[in-house]
Design a protein around this ligand. Structure first.
Ligand code: NAD
Ligand code: MG
Length: 392
């Protein structure tokens, strides 16, 4: 039976890798839905290559452009705006949702898919950071299976018994070991980092990714978001997660058990590997990726995080410990700050400083539903914009 896939964020980096896995298995997967925000050219290429049944463009200002350029033989339907995402996420023809939108913009559609009990391949870590407790509870209620795409969480998941499902406690766990490449500034001094350019920050030494996650990898906020993501997926407190710098990015993460065993997952740094794992689960797909040559690797290095140069991880630990709305504030402030940095409006160190300022200045709000999450998100984005102007 061919599975109907809804690929949200089809024009991004994870979107590209997902399309390449799906293309290799035309009998097993078909594209029910693809979404893009505003890259019409890329979306048209996808339409020509895959003939998806349903196409969504969330940025409505590009609607006319897309409609005027649709191929004449395209037989699918087209919809516009965010609401089209949540509607598509619950459609009965959709078996699997690949949540590959970047940032909080991916929350509502991911949540809708969870509530409809879909298999959700989760790349959009921000949605779990913002609403992890609520979303995991909903997944338990609806039977939605959350399969991690983030390479680290996918690695941990692969190290667990086959019957293990995310959202359950892990039997015999001592700790999770989250590896981190260290990003482009691993060896830079604080003084040099203060002058880092946009190009410096997005030049990840190992992975080729979208701009937002590349900057997050440079501040190490990506690891902070991943830490919070892991607390929800694997039901552990942040204190049960150790972060280690591993510059080769070959060991994608590890799980340490109470008997002293540590299990690791290794592989080339290619996102098609976790994507193929999640799409095929519990079976293995066969994909054409560069094989890891252990003899040419020779050695693997591990080092401690320098928290003085990279304060983002400490902020994420504090936000995770405090719970409630703190992770939402951490994420919203970070999104505003990263976007301002990418626009050349603030310096690199100001990104984490602004996140810290928002966490200190915004009073805590209770969170009990999606509306609460969205309200805190909106308030924090506005506050971050205001305080950014004060500080510049
Ligand atoms: P990207 O910037 O390359 O692509 C983002 C996608 O989201 C695009 O298709 C874009 O059209 C869409 N999008 C952007 N803004 C939107 C909005 N407001 N509304 C609807 N759609 C919107 O990003 P990426 O690197 O592919 O990352 C996607 C997600 O996967 C992120 O949450 C990231 O943290 C996570 N992730 C990425 C990688 C990677 O290797 N790229 C690895 C692990 C996790
Ligand atoms: Mg990752």
């Amino acid at each position: 039976m061919s599975l109907g896939v809804a690929l949200f964020g089809a024009t991004g980096s994870i979107g590209d890798s997902t399309l390449s896995v799906i293309e290799a298995y035309p009998d097993r997967f078909h594209l029910e839905v693809v979404s893009a925000h505003h890259s019409v050219d890329k979306l048209l290429n996808i339409i020509r290559r895959f003939a998806p049944k349903h196409v969504i463009l969330t940025d409505t200002s590009q609607a006319d452009l897309l409609l005027s350029r649709l191929p004449h033989d395209f037989k699918g339907s087209v919809a516009f705006g965010d609401i089209a995402l949540t509607e598509a996420a619950v459609a009965s023809e959709v078996d699997v949702v690949m949540a590959a939108i970047v940032g909080g913009a991916g929350l509502a559609s991911t949540w809708a898919a969870v509530n409809a009990g879909k298999r959700v391949c989760l790349a959009n870590k921000e949605s779990l950071v913002m609403a992890g407790s609520l979303m995991m509870a909903d997944a338990k209620r609806t039977g939605a299976m959350l399969l991690p795409i983030d390479s680290e969480h996918n690695a941990m998941f692969q190290c667990l018994p086959e019957h293990y499902r995310t959202g359950e406690p892990i039997a015999g766990l001592r700790q999770l070991i989250l590896t981190c490449s260290g990003g482009p500034f691993r060896t830079w001094s604080g003084r040099k980092m203060a002058k880092a350019s946009i190009n410096d920050a997005i030049a990840h030494p190992i992975w080729s990714m979208g701009k937002k996650i590349s900057v997050d990898s440079a501040t190490l906020m990506n690891k902070g978001l991943e830490l919070i993501e892991a607390t929800h997926l694997f039901q552990v407190p942040e204190s049960a997660i150790e972060v280690v710098i591993h510059p080769e990015s070959t060991v994608h993460s590890m799980v340490e058990f109470t008997d002293g065993s540590i299990l690791a997952q290794l592989g080339s740094p290619d996102m098609r590997i976790p994507i193929a794992h999640a799409l095929g689960f519990p079976n293995r797909l066969s994909i054409d990726v560069e094989r890891l040559s252990l003899t040419s690797l020779k050695c693997l290095n591990f080092e401690a995080v320098d928290h003085a140069r990279f304060p983002a991880l400490t902020l994420a630990r504090q936000a995770s410990d405090a719970g409630g709305d703190r992770p939402i504030v951490l994420n919203a402030a970070n999104e505003i700050a990263v976007s301002a940095f990418l626009d050349g409006r603030i310096s690199f160190p100001r990104i984490t400083a602004l996140v810290s300022e928002c966490l200190n200045r915004l009073p805590q709000q209770p969170i009990s539903c999606l509306e609460d999450v969205l309200m805190v998100d909106t308030l924090c984005r506005q506050a971050a914009l205001d305080w950014m102007q004060e500080g510049t």
